[in-house]
Design a protein around this ligand. Structure first.
Ligand code: A3P
Length: 376
């Protein structure tokens, strides 16, 4: 009797102890993830990566496996390993880097796609990801426009934005080897007044890429997106023109679908910080009609070997756009999602004509500034 009574007293105590041990373990694990995210430095990166990988495979096997992965990517796209010999500015860097993943670190970007919204920025990023010497961030970090006060270390290592914010910490910049180009895209940078100065403070050498497209089509594309997110918004015409009597329609340059297309105006701010040679303009229309040609010029601009070619693309008749035969990390053909390349809102031809007239002097100025005629 006394024994069972004693046992009845002990069980709750044991349960209580187990509960505290469990809570302690959870707190420790959370702290570990929290600190490993925030204190991410080059040294810690390397050490952590070594610790993780050595648990899984002996180093020699790991190197063999990584070599095999690189080989697979290469043969998947009909390339020979010899075509990978050169890396940006470092002849032979790619071959030298094979099997040196432990040396990969998180770095600030060497190249940024700064704009323009609805120009074809997602397509360009997805295409560039095929290059073995490009390490691109998939999401838009919005560091230089929205999160600048968080500091460069946050930008390099930690991503607190989006749905994951309260749940876990995600890495921001991907790990990259020496010679690889770290790339991010945030189209809003192009039109944010503070971005040029802030990016210049981060790096004077960073390479900037802008995908431009006929500003009229771009505005309609932008409006189509607004309607898809907020049904019931006023018509395109209503939002485009102010004080509108038919004869004296004034274009509302404060409405963002219109103002984003004033490329010359925005470019002026960038040229106050960066020389023109450091900014590459991708022709948005040609990115659709000749993706390999446009991506080829970007590879050249980034100092990379032309590895992404015609072989990587096919024209998908249903979508009406070029798609990838085999995107990064997959063996299946892949087109961009439904929000990219969707049918546009119907706009009266007169409105389109009026807008073309409006943009004409701005476009001409943009052609003069860039030394390129985009033919809009
Ligand atoms: P539309 O949806 O108006 O056609 P962004 O990624 O900068 O938001 O740009 C979206 C635009 O990318 C699309 O606008 C589409 O025209 C263009 N685009 C360029 N190449 C594309 C591709 N291969 N697939 C889908 N859209 C592409």
């Amino acid at each position: 009797m006394a024994g069972s009574h004693h046992l009845q007293q002990e069980v709750p105590r044991l349960q209580q102890k187990l509960f505290f041990v469990f809570i302690f373990a959870v707190v420790c694990a959370s702290l570990y993830f929290f600190l490993s995210g925030f204190c991410d430095s080059s040294l810690m990166d390397t050490a952590k990566y070594l610790r993780q990988t050595s648990k899984l495979l002996p180093l020699t096997q790991l190197f063999q496996r990584k070599n095999a992965t690189v080989e697979k990517t290469v043969t998947d796209f009909g390339l020979s390993t010899s075509s990978l010999i050169r890396s940006p500015g470092v002849p032979g860097a790619h071959i030298d880097n094979v099997g040196k993943d432990w040396a990969a670190t998180r770095r600030l970007p060497q190249a940024i796609i700064i704009g323009v919204k609805k120009g074809g920025t997602r397509a360009l990023l997805e295409f560039l990801r095929l290059h073995p010497d490009i390490r691109a961030l998939g999401s838009e970090p919005h560091f230089f426009d929205r999160h600048y006060s968080r500091g460069l270390n946050w930008y390099r290592t930690v991503n607190l934005s989006g749905r994951t914010a309260l749940l876990m910490l995600r890495s921001m910049m991907p790990r990259a080897l020496e010679g690889q180009v770290v790339l991010e895209k945030t189209p809003r940078y192009f039109v944010t007044a503070e971005s040029p100065g802030r990016i210049h403070t981060m790096s004077k050498e960073v390479k900037l890429i802008v995908v431009v497209r006929d500003p009229v089509t771009r505005a309609i594309s932008d409006y189509t997106q607004i309607v898809s997110k907020t049904p019931g918004v006023p018509t395109f015409e209503t939002l485009t023109f102010r004080n509108g009597t038919e004869s004296e329609l004034e274009v509302d340059t404060l409405w963002s679908p219109i103002s984003i297309g004033l490329y010359a105006l925005h470019l002026e701010r960038w040229l106050a910080y960066f020389p023109l040679e450091q900014i590459h303009f991708v022709h948005g229309e040609r990115l659709v009609s000749d993706p390999a040609g446009e991506v080829g010029r970007v590879q050249e601009f980034l100092g990379l070997q032309k590895i992404i070619t015609d072989k990587h693309f096919y024209f998908n008749k249903t979508k009406g756009f070029p798609c990838l035969k085999k995107p990064e990390g997959s063996s299946k053909p892949h087109c961009l999602g439904q929000t990219k390349g969707r049918p546009h809102a119907n706009i009266h031809p007169q409105v389109i004509h009026r807008l073309h007239q409006f943009y004409q002097p701005h476009n001409l100025r943009f052609y003069q500034m860039t030394g390129q005629d985009f033919g809009w």
